[in-house]
Write a protein that binds this ligand. Structure first.
Ligand code: GCV
Length: 688
């Protein structure tokens, strides 16, 4: 990887005190037969082992005859040594993708075994082993058994085909050059490697907004293309080459489809999901896709939302729409991911997803997954969790998280999402009584976790070198939601910035403190949200402060602030199960960090510690800026300890982050002051 960063797959020479132990077991490697995934394993070992160990390892395709120790990667059927080294019934019982890593002695030699019952598991196991070498972990007594917590760990690319743009992507233009397919770019494989190394097993390659480009492209000729055209036969044929790259890494390809495709791609005059011709059109299209891409994962659909067509256009509902597509995918083992992101007809947008989908529980086909954003609004810095979690026990659900930082400073601010995701996963829904955290859902077949992607053509991939941590953490958490945030961060930092303790500790601190800082300066920290500038179509902003644009989201008046979502307001709090509903309903019990999401309160309402609401908002906005300055100083302390390119890039972004945090602080505190008329106790706000 030269034109772009290697991210966490850097493979730098391990320290001398590890070298002997590693070389003893990895001087040679045996990788069983030539399945696509195993050729990827072989390539990865060819890249990694010489770089890590400074040796030129032999890679055997047949059981080695060497008298030295070696690394064996294969299923128990591939080699007697593997079958004899691990309990084969344990291997057989592993979920798809699961694997074992084991240190063994074979013919008196120190060896290592990576085994699994599926080729995909061998890919993950190999990356796990390489991670251990990269982080200089001991490998003499390895006895690891790993299985993914969720069957589906998907990446949703909001890349707009042909335009090379990425809606809400801040890492540059799309890496996917559809116009040139079937020609492949090395970057595709490197992206697949990054994703597989953290266990992602599916990619939706195009934006859910299939009828509009995120913004007009530089090349006007491409503006004639729309995302739905990917379903045209010649486009699908070209798509096979992309699919084959990701297949080698155990990643299934998916496409977002436009619900009106039978009219847009076909020449029907309706897309009514109950119309026989429409059904036949989808069936033929699905058959065509599977003929070309046998491991195709399925369709992602945004229907009847933000201008996208859907079943409502024909007087049908979401079940009719989703099931019509599910039916044609079912014979091929494909799945429909149907998004629950709908709003527009209710005064309070928060209530709509639940009102729309909960009554449909149990009616969706077995191969439909309803994909739900983590919160009821839209990836705000902090939101309560969606009321749909735990409310649809008869339906396969997927949790949608945002890896890209649409509302968290985009590619400019260093905002780490893992602490937010942990908070979401740990939230007790009480769906099955106490102790039913969000993370315990999505565990059935057909369920899973989905991340909205963040990569682009930038050298850094993610627009900010530290934002790579969000991509890494997403995959690791979707594999193992119980892993501690600290351990995941530590892994990423070590692999990405090396073993230097000062660098490791500093970057870890920056990441872990960054989210709360962002909440403070962008919201005031009491549950307010969406005070962003919206901008024009194609130039949607979601970055600059503009609380005056959307007063409905924060409810500021001269008397008070916040949105009443209790039983005397929109009733959103009542969509949770008790005792969660009761807790949010009550001003006294509602957690402070969501107080103004659920309640409209006088500016001078006193919080638990006696501080008024408005004073706390002032204080938090100021604290957020001070914290951001502290984080910048932490980064600056690494001058000379991190390579120049990354050091400068992050340092410059921190300067802009501080300036932007100050802008937020000033706009918000002025706005609060102008509405409340209450001066800041410390004289920092208002006339000067
Ligand atoms: C892909 C919000 C974002 C849109 C996004 C949409 C969605 O409205 O601003 O960019 O569209 O959510 O998730 O469908």
């Amino acid at each position: 990887m030269n034109e772009y960063d290697s991210c966490w797959l850097r493979y730098e020479r391990v320290p001398d005190d590890r070298l002997d132990a590693y070389r003893r077991r990895c001087r040679h490697a045996y990788v069983a037969e030539e399945a696509p995934e195993l050729s990827a394993v072989r390539d990865e070992l060819r890249r990694a082992l010489p770089a890590l160990l400074g040796t030129d390892p032999h890679l055997w395709q047949h059981p080695p005859t060497t008298a030295e120790g070696f690394l064996a990667v294969g299923t128990p059927d591939d080699m007697a040594m593997i079958a004899e080294s691990v309990p084969t019934d344990v291997v057989d019982d592993l979920a798809d993708g699961g694997y074992l890593l084991k240190s063994v002695t074979w013919n008196g030699q120190d060896c290592l075994v990576v085994t699994a019952s599926t080729d995909r598991g061998l890919v993950y196991g190999t990356f796990h082993l390489l991670r251990l070498l990269n982080t200089h972990d001991p490998i003499a007594d390895l006895d690891v058994r790993e299985e993914p917590a969720y069957e589906n760990r998907l990446l949703d690319q909001w890349d707009t085909p042909f335009h090379r743009s990425v809606e809400r992507g801040y890492g540059g233009e799309s890496i996917f050059d559809w116009e040139r397919l079937p020609d492949l770019r090395p970057r595709y494989e490197d992206y697949a490697r990054l994703l597989a190394s953290v266990g992602v097993n599916g990619v939706v390659f195009n934006n859910v907004n299939t009828t509009k480009p995120a913004r007009p492209s530089a090349n006007a000729a491409f503006d004639a293309f729309e995302g739905w055209q990917l379903l045209e036969s010649r486009r699908l044929e070209a798509f096979t080459s992309l699919a084959s790259v990701f297949r080698r890494y155990g990643i299934r390809p998916y496409l977002s489809v436009n619900f009106a495709a039978p009219m847009l791609v076909g020449d029907l005059d309706t897309a009514d999901p109950l119309d026989e011709e429409v059904r036949a059109w989808w069936r033929a299209k699905a058959d065509e896709i599977y003929e070309l891409v046998p491991d195709f994962g399925g369709f992602l659909v945004k229907a009847d939302s933000e201008g996208q067509p859907g079943p409502y256009d024909y007087g049908r509902d979401h079940v009719d729409g989703a099931n019509a597509l599910a039916r044609v995918l079912e014979p091929h083992g494909g799945r429909v991911w149907w998004r629950a992101f709908v709003y527009g007809t209710h005064e309070d947008r928060a209530v709509q997803a639940y009102d729309t989908f909960e009554p449909l529980d149990g009616d969706f086909a077995d191969n439909v997954t309803v994909q739900v954003k983590n919160g009821p609004i839209d990836f705000q810095p902090r939101e309560p969790v969606s009321t749909l979690f735990g409310a649809m026990p008869e339906t396969d659900l997927g949790l949608e998280l945002q890896i890209t930082g649409e509302y968290t400073g985009q590619g400019v601010h260093a905002t780490y999402h893992l602490p937010m995701w942990k908070e979401i996963l740990d939230f007790d829904t009480h769906a099955d009584g106490p102790g039913s955290p969000v993370g315990s859902l999505f565990r059935d077949d057909g369920e899973g976790i989905v991340g909205v992607g963040s990569v682009g053509e930038d050298h850094s991939w993610t627009g900010h070198y530290l934002a790579q941590a969000n991509l890494y953490a997403f995959g690791r958490m979707a594999w193992d939601p119980e892993a501690s945030a600290e351990s995941v961060t530590e892994e990423w930092v070590h692999q990405t910035f090396g073993a230097d303790e000062q660098v490791g500790d500093t970057v870890t601190r920056i990441l872990h403190d960054s989210w709360e800082a962002c909440i403070d300066y962008e919201t005031g920290g009491l549950g307010l949200m969406h005070m962003m500038h919206n901008g024009e179509e194609y130039l949607e902003n979601h970055y600059d402060p503009a609380p005056e644009e959307w007063p409905g989201y924060h409810g500021a008046t001269e008397e008070g602030i916040g949105v009443n979502r209790t039983s005397t307001g929109s009733g959103y709090a009542g969509q949770y199960r008790d005792p969660v509903a009761q807790r949010y309903e009550s001003v006294a019990d509602c957690p402070e960090d969501l107080l103004l999401f659920f309640h409209h309160l006088p500016w001078t309402h006193e919080l638990d510690d006696g501080t008024t609401v408005v004073q706390r908002l002032y204080d938090n906005c100021f604290a957020g800026v001070e914290e951001t300055k502290r984080l910048r100083a932490e980064w600056q302390s690494l001058d000379g300890k991190v390579d120049e390119r990354r050091f400068r890039h992050v340092a410059e972004r921190f300067d802009e982050q501080v300036a932007q945090a100050e802008r937020w602080r000033d706009v918000l505190t002025d706005y609060f002051y102008n509405h409340s008329g209450v001066p800041d106790e410390q004289g920092r706000v208002g006339d000067d």
